[in-house]
Design a protein around this ligand. Structure first.
Ligand code: KG4
Ligand code: ZN
Length: 364
C-alpha cells in the first residue's frame, strides 16, 4: 500500500490549525507541517471560550494558516491525496468555518474530502506517533471529552465509560477559576499543585470502588468550591487545595481505568500486547501521565501517550485520520454538514466485521 498525503484542518474549539501528514496505516506517519494558532488572547477577558469570537477568529486566521501549512510541508496542492477537516463534534460556528474551507479547497484542487470526527482523530493519534496496531484501550481526557473505549478499527469503537457530568479538563478549568488562575486552567492548576501538599484537604473520590468505568467530577468540584468560599480560607492554602484536587482526580481516574483494563482484557483475551493510550489535552499533565503509566505496569499494559502538542487540539491528528480514511476509500460528499454532537460509532466501517457494541449511549 502506498503512502497518502493529506491536508488537515481543525477549528472545532479555540485553536485554528492546519497540517500536512504523510503515511499509511498503521503508521507511524510523517508530520510535514503542523501549525496551531491559539486564540487564548481573544478569549482571556471572558474566562472561557466564547463561540462567536472563536468562529470569527477562525475566519480571519484560517486562510493564512492553511497556506503556511502547505508552504512548510514543501508540497504542491496537486500532491495531496485528500483534504480532511473536523466536521464535529465541537462549537458549530468554528466547525462550519473549517469544513467549508476544506470543501472549497477540495473543489478548487479537485481532491476528495474527508469529514473527520474530532474524537476519532484523538483516538487514532497514537497510530500516527507509534504505528500502533488495533485494538487498544483509549482514555480520552480533554476539556470536552472524558471517555474510556476500546479502539478496534477506523470508525469502530467499544465504549466502556463516559462522564456522567463534567469532563476532567472542564473540572480542572473550573477549579482554576475558583483559585483565580487564568484560562485555560489545567496547566496552571498542575503547576500550583506541584507546590502543595496533596493530603492537606480530604476531598471526595467520585465513583471510587464502584463497578464500571464511568466518571464523575461535579461532586469533587462542589467540594472544592465549598472550601474556597469559606471565609477562613487563606490564599496561601491554594497550592494545597490544587494538589489535593489533582490527587483526587488521579485516584478516581486510575480506579476507572483499572476497571476498563479488566473489561478490555476479557473482550480481547488473545491480544499479544495490551496497550493503554492516553489522549486529549489533560494527557499533558505529568502527574496524571505518571500515575497511569504506573497503573498500566501493574496490570500488564504498556502505555503510549502522544507528546503534549499532539495530545491537545491540533490539525496533524485530523490529517492523520484523513490518511487512514483515504486509505480505506472513506471519503465524504461536499453536502456533508457540520455536527455539534457526533458520538463515536460502535459499528465497523464497511460493515464486513461484526461489532461487539455494548449498546451503551456515547457522548461527544
Ligand atoms: O484536547 P484539548 O486541547 O481541547 C479539547 O478538545 O477540550 O484539551 C484542553 C483541556 C483544557 O480543559 C485544559 O485545561 C486541559 O485540557 N489541560 C490540562 C493540562 N493541559 C491542558 N489539564 C490538566 N493538566 C494539564 N497540564
Ligand atoms: Zn480535542
Amino acid at each position: 500500500m502506498r503512502n497518502f498525503t493529506v491536508l488537515g484542518i481543525e477549528t472545532s474549539c479555540d485553536e485554528t490549525a492546519a497540517a500536512v501528514v504523510r503515511g499509511r496505516a498503521p503508521g507511524p506517519g510523517k508530520i510535514l507541517s503542523n501549525i496551531v494558532l491559539s486564540q487564548l488572547e481573544e478569549h482571556a477577558p471572558f474566562g472561557g471560550v466564547v463561540p462567536e469570537i472563536a468562529a470569527r477568529a477562525h475566519v480571519e486566521a484560517l486562510d493564512a494558516i492553511v497556506e503556511a501549512a502547505i508552504g512548510e510541508a514543501k508540497i504542491e496542492p496537486a500532491a495531496l491525496d485528500a483534504i480532511a477537516a473536523t466536521a464535529g463534534p465541537g462549537l458549530i460556528g468554528g466547525v462550519m468555518v473549517g469544513l467549508t474551507t476544506a470543501k472549497a479547497l477540495a473543489l478548487a484542487w479537485d481532491k476528495p474530502l474527508v469529514a473527520v470526527n474530532h474524537l476519532e482523530a484523538h483516538a487514532l493519534t497514537a497510530r500516527m506517533t507509534e504505528g500502533l496496531e488495533f485494538p487498544y484501550l483509549l482514555l480520552l481526557i480533554s476539556g470536552g471529552h472524558c471517555q474510556l473505549l476500546a479502539v478496534e478499527g477506523v470508525g469502530w469503537f467499544r465504549l466502556y465509560g463516559t462522564t456522567i457530568d463534567d469532563a476532567v479538563g472542564e473540572a480542572f478549568d473550573k477549579i482554576a477559576k475558583l483559585l483565580e488562575l487564568a484560562h485555560p486552567g489545567g496547566p496552571k492548576v498542575e503547576a500550583l499543585a506541584a507546590q502543595g501538599n496533596a493530603k492537606a484537604f480530604g476531598l471526595p473520590r467520585p465513583l471510587l470502588g464502584r463497578e464500571g468505568a464511568d466518571f464523575s467530577f461535579s461532586g469533587l468540584k462542589t467540594a472544592v468550591r465549598q472550601i474556597v468560599r469559606q471565609p477562613t480560607f487563606a490564599a496561601e492554602r491554594r497550592a494545597d487545595l490544587a494538589a489535593s484536587f489533582q490527587a483526587a482526580v488521579i485516584e478516581s481516574l486510575t480506579d476507572r481505568v483499572g476497571n476498563a483494563m479488566a473489561l478490555f482484557r476479557s473482550d480481547f483475551p488473545d491480544a499479544a500486547i495490551r496497550t493503554l493510550v492516553v489522549a486529549g489535552g489533560v494527557a499533558a499533565n505529568t502527574a496524571i501521565r505518571n500515575a497511569l503509566s504506573a497503573l498500566a505496569r501493574t496490570k500488564g499494559f504498556q502505555t503510549k501517550i502522544p507528546p503534549p502538542r499532539l495530545c491537545t487540539d491540533n490539525a496533524a491528528m485530523i490529517a492523520w485520520a484523513g490518511v487512514e480514511r483515504s486509505q480505506l476509500g472513506l471519503f465524504d460528499g461536499l453536502s456533508t454538514g457540520p455536527k455539534a454532537r457526533w458520538p463515536l460509532s460502535h459499528a465497523p466501517v464497511g460493515g464486513s466485521r461484526t461489532s461487539g457494541a455494548r449498546g451503551k449511549p456515547d457522548q461527544p
